[in-house]
Design a protein around this ligand. Structure first.
Ligand SMILES: Nc1ncnc2c1ncn2[C@@H]1O[C@H](COP(=O)(O)OP(=O)(O)OP(=O)(O)O)[C@@H](O)[C@H]1O
Ligand SMILES: [Mg+2]
Length: 397
């Protein structure tokens, strides 16, 4: 049977006298019918729902429901943010294995009717973990956009109330809200709950919060798509971890994904396509957020210089900053810095490129490199006097 999910939720809402839930799922069902070309049935459904008590119902059912995001009773801050994401604006680039897992998740969630009818339904939940900037939040936006549902992002600052006892209540209120409408609930920065351990909260409070989170997740009853994200998977309570049927680790992008990202972030400003391979080579280990920073910095340079495309120098300068830190001041052709840049990749940072980056001549730079190389050899003979290896710093975060 088609649309089993929506119909069962409408019945559930009606039996419990939950008007908002009935209206929200009627809206969702009508949208699906319209997409399938059945305008008549969609109009009829919407009419039936809105005629029940016309005075109480706004013309656009979804907007009437959406305006009631719950708030923290003490601070009055909204407990969540709501976003409708246009498919065209949620661009995510993933390594192919990860992309397959995401596609599989989307297929299973879309086919919930069929899977439920055959008793092999899944809990539509995914925990996304990985270091900052790898695209966890972006992936949650992509999933909501693909499912055509609003993304309700829990605001951990508002949710975790400074008043003892209120945090668990806030969690319950938020979960009650998401159960009343079709949406994707996104618990971003899930580790913030675990971090309560370091705060002034006592351990008993933390336990209550975790128990409340678990109970509420369980009570979702497979009806709401639940996404969670964390940078610190090891801090998560194992019981929270187990609640998610899909666990997806996002890593810094592989070369193929980096090439796509450079193309995507540079957009119409992309210059020499042949140079893309070089950008990819020297950006190993960078996250999507790092690459976005690099491309946006390069585009700014191009815009200020009144150019319609970026040059290699624009992009390479930003990449050097990414690798060596923003303090790598290329306005001075300081010998150790010239060498550090060349050592990122001697095949990319040729004398010609170095000359363009440092605004200096090739013979001068060649002298700097020779002097630095001979110093280096002397230092190697006298160990412990060399400079410590510079750690990679990301100015993008
Ligand atoms: N895989 C990716 N595909 C496309 N864009 C990406 C990707 N990863 C990062 N980005 C870009 O970097 C920005 C920051 O990424 P995002 O906020 O999703 O990272 P995050 O993993 O949630 O980081 P944090 O742990 O700091 O919250 C995004 O808005 C997006 O523009
Ligand atoms: Mg994030």
């Amino acid at each position: 049977m088609e649309h089993l999910v929506e119909i069962s939720r409408i019945i559930d809402g009606a039996l419990k006298g939950d008007r908002a839930k009935v209206l929200a799922y009627v809206e969702q069902l009508a949208r699906k019918l319209r997409e399938a070309g059945d305008e008549k049935a969609a109009d009829r459904l919407t009419q039936t729902a809105t005629q029940t008590k016309t005075s109480e119902v706004a013309p656009n059912i979804a907007s009437a429901v959406a305006t009631r995001l719950p708030v923290d009773t003490e601070s009055r801050f909204s407990l969540a943010d709501e976003e409708w994401i246009d498919r065209a604006t949620a661009h995510i680039v993933l390594d192919s294995g990860v992309q397959q897992r995401v596609d599989e998740f989307l297929r299973f969630v879309r086919a919930a009717d069929q899977l439920m009818a055959n008793r092999v339904g899944i809990s539509p939940s995914m925990l996304i973990y990985g270091e900052p900037g790898v695209g966890k939040t972006e992936l949650a936006r992509h999933i909501a956009a693909q499912l055509g549902l609003p993304l309700i992002t829990a605001r951990s600052d508002a949710l975790i109330s400074s008043f003892l006892g209120s945090t668990a209540k806030n969690i319950r209120v938020l979960f009650e809200h998401v159960k009343s409408r079709p949406c994707v609930l996104f618990l971003d920065e899930l580790d913030s709950v675990a971090k309560l351990r370091d705060d002034h909260h006592e351990l008993g409070e933390l336990k209550r919060v975790v128990v409340s989170l678990l109970q509420n997740i369980d009570a979702l009853n497979n009806e709401t798509v639940l996404l969670g994200a964390t940078n610190h998977s090891h801090l998560l309570d194992p019981a929270v971890w187990r609640r998610f049927s899909y666990k997806l680790e996002l890593l810094p992008p592989d070369p193929e994904a980096r090439a796509k990202m450079f193309g995507m972030f540079l957009g119409s400003f992309v210059g020499d396509p042949a140079a893309l391979a070089e950008y990819v080579e020297i950006s190993s280990g960078a996250t999507g957020a790092d690459l976005r920073y690099v491309c946006e910095t390069a585009i700014r340079e191009a815009v200020l210089a009144d150019r319609a495309i970026v040059t290699d120098t624009d992009v390479l300068r930003a990449l050097v900053h990414l690798r060596l830190g923003v303090k790598a001041d290329m306005s001075r052709d300081d010998a150790p810095l010239v060498k550090a840049v060349r050592d990122i990749s001697p095949s990319v940072f040729t004398l010609k490129r170095l000359a363009a980056l440092f605004g200096s001549s090739e013979p001068t730079l060649s002298r700097r490199l020779n002097s630095e190389d001979s110093h280096g050899q002397q230092r190697a003979k006298a160990p412990n006097q060399g400079r410590p290896h510079a750690r990679r710093r990301s100015p993008g975060k």
